[in-house]
Design a protein around this ligand. Structure first.
Ligand code: PLP
Length: 397
């Protein structure tokens, strides 16, 4: 072959989620969309706040078209970055400035840029906490590093600090943390975060080099109870935040987010420049211009999180009553359900499929024997699926 076999491998192997999505479309054509209970995709089901569309119209009507659609500076428009920096300062008390903000095409571009900026050679290791967003493995390996998994506490799916400590070594370059979590919906508590940061600081001292914490935060605003999502820069200096508006403003197709480097980080300015270089090398310069301006005006807007909460309550209450096992999610829009067939997510997935329920088997998320239910769907779909979930549970009894 005269092209990159690794890339061919990535491109030709369709993800299970995409596969289910294609199946769902074909099945809907056969039996009607209302009869297929597709819970596979993490695509927000609540619309973007009205102010987003109003702002787009206003921008189109009032702004200079050439400027609005033109290139911004590579890290993003200075005015936009200033608004975001002020918002971070106001919300979290971090002394953020625009020269530590880099606008990106969503969390995926933020993560790949950060990893590319940090990983120096193939011995460098990046740890993720299972269960994890499957693309982390792809991103870390593509940055040239080694992907290492820290296993969770079995009952809570929180971080197992002892396991985490055992995975750190002199090669550890970065740790990726995602809370609220995809796929478990778990929000890591402040106590857990403090414990993790204490371990990191201790290990930095022991190994004599920085270990960077990459906080992947597309679900920060999607929390249901009165839970606090700790802002990691306030707990650990060497933190980079990868933020995205894909879920918080229901704009996944617009590809907009940012990287924020903690000003308190050792050599923060140089790390920021390495991110600029990494993003440049990956072609992630000048995030979508019009949406940068939309964000500057709408960053405080909120989607209707109550719609997700209603779905969460309906599913969690009913599924646990039928006998399914899962942790009650405090955030994001996923339910992580244990397969009634011990350790076999695929068997559960196949059996659910017979009842027209489409869920994602999660072995690739780092924990075997679970499926993910993405409840970012119309409430009617959740309601209509419940008898099928109940029948399925009965078949396992
Ligand atoms: N990180 C996590 C945990 C996600 O679930 C997703 C998308 O679902 C991403 C990153 C990528 O987000 P974006 O669409 O902003 O690139």
């Amino acid at each position: 072959m005269s092209f990159n076999a690794k890339m061919y491998g990535l491109g030709s192997k369709r993800s299970i989620i995409r596969e289910i999505f294609e199946y769902s479309k074909a099945r809907a054509a056969e039996i009607g969309a209302d009869n297929v209970f597709d819970f596979s995709l993490g695509n927000p089901s609540v619309p973007a706040p009205a102010v987003v569309n109003e702002t787009i119209k206003e921008l189109l009507d009032t702004e200079d078209s050439v400027l609005l659609h033109g290139y911004t500076s590579a890290p993003g428009d200075l005015g936009v970055r200033t608004v975001i920096a002020s918002s971070i300062k106001e919300r979290f008390g971090v002394d953020m400035t625009p020269n530590f903000i880099y606008m990106t095409c969503g969390a995926a571009a933020s993560l790949t840029s950060c990893l590319r900026a940090l990983v120096e050679n193939e011995e460098d290791e990046c740890i993720a906490f299972a269960p994890f967003f499957t693309e982390y493995r792809v991103f870390v390996e593509n940055a040239g590093g080694k992907f290492v998994v820290s296993m969770p506490e079995k009952k809570t799916f929180s971080i197992d600090l002892a396991d985490f400590e055992s995975k750190l070594n002199e090669h550890t370059k970065a740790v990726i943390i995602n809370s609220p979590n995809n796929p478990s919906g778990v929000v890591y508590s402040e106590k857990t975060i403090k414990g993790m940061c204490d371990i990191l600081r201790q290990k930095e001292q022991e190994y004599g080099h920085e270990i960077y914490l990459i906080a992947d935060e597309p679900y920060r605003e999607l929390v249901y109870a009165d839970v606090k999502v700790p802002y990691l820069m306030n707990y650990y200096d060497n933190t980079l935040v990868c933020y995205s508006y894909s879920k918080s403003l229901s704009l996944p197709g617009e590809r907009i987010g940012y990287i924020a480097v903690n000003p308190k980080m050792i050599d923060a300015g140089s790390v920021y420049l390495a991110i600029c270089g990494a993003a440049r090398s990956l072609g992630f310069v000048c995030a979508p211009s019009m949406f940068q301006h939309v964000i500057a005006r709408c960053h405080n807007a909120k989607v209707n999180v109550d719609a997700y909460k209603e779905n969460r309550d309906l599913l969690y209450d009913n599924l646990t009553a039928y006998g399914y096992e899962c942790v009650k999610p405090d955030g994001a829009f996923y339910l992580f359900v244990k397969s009634p067939v011990e350790g076999d997510a695929y068997a559960f997935y196949e059996k659910a499929k017979e009842k027209e329920i489409l869920v994602v088997p999660c072995d690739d998320f780092g924990v075997k024997g679970y499926v993910r239910i993405a409840y970012c769907v119309d409430k009617r779909r959740v309601q209509n699926s419940l008898p099928a979930f109940q029948k399925l549970a009965e078949e396992y009894k």
